[in-house]
Design a binder for this molecule. Structure first.
Ligand code: HEM
Length: 520
């Protein structure tokens, strides 16, 4: 059998069947100027394979760059909180990371105003764990059921596929003006965070509140953070626009070149931990992915270090075919009921079934766990494994009885008590859309504020509908009056007269009450 990695060998050429070919420039024809023969299996195979080279690009995050490396936990202090060995053992484990833009197509420019994906696959001894995050700590929407609407608003319009620039777009701003939960994330998107200078200088966030689970089955809420050792740095908008023309591969090339030159990028993984008993002690809902946990309230504690030190051999095989999935968790890490996360747990596997052509993409080299894999799944498109034996079901008494399920090292779902009515209604505790957008604005220096105002003016200013521009400015007035006035002056709408948000500048006093279990 051939191994997965194939070295270049231009001294010989064969068909897929290994038959050596003497000539690949001329088709088999009758006479030098005659018709081509169907019998030319080499020509048919060569063209057919070429015809099938393309697979669908990712429905979002289509453009990306990846690299291999390793992760190592510093020490075992997290052992009290989780049985995830890679977070506690101090052993070096392999990782593959893919950075991406979100809205653009596979061939789009790197330096656009956009969120960046930061997805990490940890190849742990307990199985693959994927931390599928972004370079911003919050998200546009609170519930994944809105994701198709949001992405349809961000992507080019369906009639003419214009505009390519997602942030300067009637439909995006229409969506934003009608869905105020987007505002906190829109503040991040209009800030310099949306213009990273380098993937090596970007923070990463798991965004959702996840759960760590220890050996006693006890849960602790957790938010994951990546901090780049080089610090967080951005381009300015003028640079971005010029670079997009001169070197659309700017971020991708930077990552590749630095790794080739031995300047390996590094990040520290950190966690914010919240005891379960403190679930309702915040003035926002921990399950709401449009909220951060302020670091002043819960500090980020360092857990380990990741270094990226090897470029892929083949972009398609590795960076394109890698399949991240929020539901790829290992013992000791579990979900919460964050409705955005729950939808993601459905969406990734579903999309990869079509993007990667069937149910066996976990066998692709870049996705293969280092942990042993034993399933009773069989057959299907792209099956690579040759499963031996007579049985592929459990329990069975024919092939050696029923192996006992090990009582340690297995994944057992966190035991959460849930009861209540089946309803289609978001909790009131998700309804403060403005406080953290204001917090973000208030934390900015004057230079950063100028950049944010200019970004709003540039992007929103391109929106053709004055009504939409007016609605967005009215929403910004709920974030900060000065911000709304400054933006309005650049986008041709009347400045709002005064602040409209009754609880401006402070969070709603009712929220911790609303968060009480009886109200949820
Ligand atoms: C892809 C992050 C929300 C569906 C990605 C990727 C990242 C990411 C980093 C690229 C993975 C790669 O490099 O291959 C996030 C974050 C979210 C979020 C941080 C919110 C906190 C959602 C939601 C959905 C969704 C709500 C759907 C309900 C998808 C899909 C892909 C994707 C379908 C393409 C996956 C593939 O083709 O392999 N996301 N996403 N995402 N995301 Fe999300």
């Amino acid at each position: 059998m051939q191994s997965s990695r194939v070295d270049l060998d231009h001294t010989r050429l064969t068909t897929q069947q290994g038959v050596r070919v003497d000539h690949t420039d001329d088709s088999l024809t009758i006479t030098e100027r005659g018709p081509t023969l169907l019998e030319d299996f080499h020509a048919r195979e060569k063209i057919t394979h070429f015809d099938h080279e393309r697979i669908p690009e990712r429905v979002v995050h289509a453009r990306g760059a990846g690299a291999y490396g390793h992760f190592q936990a510093y020490e075992g202090w997290l052992r009290d909180y989780t049985v995830a060995e890679f977070l506690t053992s101090g052993e070096q484990i392999p990782v593959f990371v893919r950075f991406s833009t979100v809205a653009g197509s596979r061939g789009s420019a790197d330096t656009v105003r956009d969120v960046r994906g930061f997805a990490t696959k940890f190849f742990t001894r307990q199985g693959n764990y994927d931390l599928v995050g972004n370079n911003m700590p919050v998200f546009f929407i609170q519930d994944g059921i809105k994701f198709p609407d949001f992405v349809h608003a961000v992507k080019p319009e369906p009639d003419n596929e214009i505009p390519q620039a997602a942030s300067a777009h009637d439909t995006l701003w229409d969506f934003v003006s009608l869905q105020p939960e987007t505002l906190h994330m829109m503040m991040w998107l209009m800030s310099d965070r949306a213009l990273p200078r380098s993937y090596r200088m970007m923070q990463g966030f798991g965004v959702h509140t996840f759960r760590l689970v220890n050996a006693d089955g006890q849960g602790t809420f957790v938010k994951f953070h990546w901090k780049p050792v080089l610090g967080t740095h951005s381009l300015v908008w003028d640079e971005c626009q010029k670079i997009a023309g001169k070197d659309p591969d700017y971020n991708r090339r930077d990552l590749w070149d630095c790794i080739e030159a031995g300047q390996f990028p590094e990040w520290e993984l950190g966690v914010q931990l919240v005891d379960e008993k403190d679930e309702f002690s915040f003035d926002f809902d921990l399950l709401d992915p449009t909220k951060i946990i302020p670091e002043e309230q819960v500090p980020v504690r360092p857990v380990g270090r990741m270094v990226l030190d090897r470029n892929p051999d083949n972009f398609f095989a590795e960076t394109e075919q890698v399949a991240f999935h929020t539901a790829n968790v290992v013992p000791g890490i579990d979900f919460t009921n964050d409705p955005l996360l729950q939808a993601r747990n459905f969406s990734y596997l579903d999309t990869q079934l079509i993007r990667l052509g069937g149910p066996n993409f976990a066998q692709l080299p870049v996705n293969r766990p280092i942990a042993d894999v034993h399933t009773n799944q069989r057959d299907g498109y792209g099956q690579q494994a040759v499963h031996k034996g007579r049985t592929s079901y459990f329990k069975n008494s024919i092939s050696g009885g029923c192996p006992a399920i090990a009582d340690s090292g297995t994944f057992s779902h966190y035991t959460e008590h849930v009861e209540g009515h089946k309803i289609r209604k978001r909790s009131e505790s998700f309804k403060d859309f403005y406080s953290q957008a204001t917090l973000f604005w208030n934390s900015m220096s004057e230079v950063e504020r100028e950049h944010i105002v200019s970004a709003f003016r540039f992007e929103l200013g391109k929106v053709t509908s004055k009504e939409i521009r007016g609605r967005v400015v009215a929403e910004l007035n709920n974030v900060d009056h000065e911000l709304a006035v400054r933006v309005s002056e650049g986008v041709g709408v009347t400045a709002p007269a005064e602040e409209v948000r009754p609880n401006h500048g402070r969070s709603s006093p009712a929220l911790s009450q609303l968060n009480a279990p009886s109200n949820r």
